[in-house]
Design a protein around this ligand. Structure first.
Ligand code: FES
Ligand code: FES
Length: 218
């Protein structure tokens, strides 16, 4: 038997202890408690099956075997080493994990990797053209649109997707007129359209200035 077969985590001990207490408290006959405990143990120790998947990320093909429950964010960061996309909340609330899928911005923490086998995925690592920064990246540098930088990859991917939405004439909640084509990119429009990306350093004024400048370049 492999050495790892004996390995047990503190979490497993705690979970086991808690489960035992619950079973005793359940009032089930001892035989039924044993059966439930056995089923629980099997559930915990059954190996998780992985399935092969193929992805196209930043114009490069990748083949992976993943637990089908793996999020796109975890696949990028943990399996492919693309750590530019950040995990902030892991609940779709902060935007730090924003990437582009077929040119549209999404929260990669809310999406399963398995959903994106046929998609063109772009992360912050894929925006620059060699040494030449993407205009949104260059604008963030020029306007000092970051402090700690943790939210910045998500902010930049989000801005790239957002500028595309504006060009396509998509309105926002700040748009006064939703019938006459692309909205003017006012500060209110930029703030509303970027409101899914939070910055704990509150670099918002500089982010808005960067996005407004970049809008003229892309
Ligand atoms: S980590 Fe995805 S939205 Fe916060
Ligand atoms: S620059 Fe620090 S969280 Fe945005």
């Amino acid at each position: 038997m492999a050495e790892t077969d004996y390995w047990i985590t503190r979490r497993a001990v705690l979970e086991g202890g808690a489960a035992t207490c619950l079973l005793v408290a359940s009032g089930l006959p001892v035989g039924a408690q044993d059966a439930v405990a056995t089923m629980a143990a099997e559930r915990v120790t059954t190996p998780i099956s992985r399935i092969p998947m193929r992805f196209r990320i930043n114009a490069t093909e990748h083949a992976l075997e993943l637990d089908p429950r793996t999020t796109l964010l975890d696949a990028l960061r943990n399996n492919l080493g693309l750590t530019g996309s950040k995990k902030g909340c892991d609940h779709g609330q902060c935007g730090a994990c924003t990437v582009l899928v077929n040119g549209r911005r999404i929260n990669s923490c809310l999406s399963l990797a398995a959903q994106h086998e046929d998609d063109e995925i772009t992360t912050i690592e894929g925006l620059a053209d060699g040494e030449k920064l993407h205009p949104v990246q260059a604008a963030f540098v020029a306007h000092d649109g970051f402090q700690c930088g943790y939210c910045t990859p998500g902010q930049i991917c989000s801005a790239v997707g957002m500028l595309d939405e504006v060009r396509a004439g998509w309105p926002s909640h700040a748009s006064m007129d939703v019938t006459s084509g692309p909205a003017a990119l006012t500060e209110a429009e930029i703030r509303e359209r970027m409101s899914g990306n939070l910055c704990r350093c509150a670099a918002y004024p500089n982010i808005v200035a960067a996005v407004r400048d970049a809008a003229e370049e892309v």
